[in-house]
Design a protein around this ligand. Structure first.
Ligand SMILES: Cc1cc2nc3c(=O)[nH]c(=O)nc-3n(C[C@H](O)[C@H](O)[C@H](O)COP(=O)(O)O)c2cc1C
Length: 365
């Protein structure tokens, strides 16, 4: 049996299914080139928009760690700690579209076999904003991007017509898809927030309106911790903080649950899994729940000496997947993709010690 790391996802050929998620590892030409040199199968660029962007006057991201001896979570430097999560309140790219375009063109020309997915974001509720979506989409496709990822999930937006604030509005999700589809013919991925009370409805609206895939999850809305001694938040500006996004290992299980929900509801549709992947075991878990593509952010950012693009990480991911495929006689990830779906059931469908349990209801007559 000849096994291959390559996959076809949303009609695009990936040399391997591991791609860097939209975030600092994909914020510049330099980093993306470095990532491709290291072996990543693709990148989703840091989100590109047309509205003004100015980040907070302090650190944008912190890495939180925990230890066996003192198992609290903190960004504080301590010996023998392991990674717990990232927390960030970074806005989308502050590099304007005009500067992105020649960079994207050069990246695609240098690495034609790697997939470049441009993440874009604009507002909603007016023709002007729909034009912004169209303008962004057309511009990045014209310079060679292979697909578009719609950022419908940034958790840091004050504007109510942007990012995760639109996640519960199926009409807005549809209108953005229609606008972008009218402008370009490449696959469109819709990145959703895990913090929606109607995630399945949002996914349904996106797929129905023509999304080739859902990307899930963006970071989980969350607060940084306060130090009991100093009464400072672990990240703050002038003593103030706001809700930001949690990523990394701490969100793995919640992310898998969201991916599983969508994958079971829409088993024939594509899904790109994100959230807490640090190595093959986490990636494997997304695949068995139905993901055909894997996105990684925090683990790449945390890898020391890699310039924040995960040089050892991508080598390990490829080696470990290759080894797994060969040992299990699989030709590709398609052989085991989705195998966990039918084993996720209603609570009452799980065997009890007696036969009398009826899901908490009195047995029907
Ligand atoms: C510092 C930082 C910046 C991010 N910026 C973006 C962004 O611009 N657009 C986007 O769609 N997601 C953004 N994300 C979310 C990541 O793409 C990813 O969905 C999330 O971090 C979960 O993956 P992880 O657990 O591998 O970190 C950002 C995450 C971090 C940590």
């Amino acid at each position: 049996m000849v096994s291959t790391l390559s996959t076809t996802f949303t009609g695009l050929n990936f040399v391997n299914p591991f791609i860097l998620a939209s975030a600092p590892p994909t914020e510049s030409k330099r980093k993306i080139m470095k990532a491709f040199e290291a072996g990543w199968g693709g990148v989703v660029t840091k989100t590109i928009g047309l509205h003004p962007v100015e980040n907070v006057a302090g650190p944008k991201t912190i890495y939180q760690r925990t230890s066996e001896t003192k198992p609290y979570v903190s960004r504080m430097k301590r010996p023998d700690t392991v990674s717990h999560s990232s927390w960030n309140w970074e806005l989308i790219s502050d590099q304007p579209l005009e500067l992105w375009l020649p960079d994207l063109e050069e990246i695609k020309t240098t690495y034609p076999d790697r997939m470049v997915i441009a993440s874009i974001m604009a507002g909603a509720g007016s023709e002007e904003e729909m034009d912004n979506w169209r303008k962004l989409a057309k511009a990045v496709v014209d310079v060679g991007c292979d697909a578009i990822e719609l950022n419908l999930s940034c958790p840091h937006m004050d504007r109510k017509d942007m990012g995760s604030n639109v996640a519960n509005d199926e009409d807005i999700i549809r209108s953005i898809l229609y606008a972008v589809k009218s402008a370009v013919s490449v696959p469109i991925w819709a990145k959703l927030t895990p913090a929606s009370s109607s995630l399945l409805d949002g996914a349904n609206a996106a797929y129905e309106a023509g999304a080739a895939s859902i990307s899930l999850c963006n970071t989980f809305p969350s607060l940084p911790l306060m130090d009991p001694e100093t009464l400072k938040f672990e990240v703050e500006v002038d003593g103030l903080v706001t809700s930001g996004g949690l990523g990394g290992l701490a969100i793995l299980h919640q992310s898998l649950q969201r991916v599983s929900d969508i994958s079971r509801a829409f088993p024939d549709k594509s899904i790109s899994g994100i959230g807490g992947i640090r190595g093959f075991r986490e990636a494997f878990n997304f695949i068995v729940h139905g993901a055909g593509n894997l996105q990684i952010c925090t683990a790449a950012m945390e890898e020391k000496g890699s310039g924040g693009v995960g040089i050892k990480l991508i080598q390990e991911l490829k080696d470990d997947l290759s080894d797994y495929l060969e040992r299990h006689g699989h030709s590709s990830i398609e052989d085991f993709r989705g195998i966990a779906r039918e084993r996720i059931v209603e609570h009452s469908q799980v065997r009890r010690k007696s036969d009398s349990y009826n899901g908490g209801f009195a047995q029907s007559a």
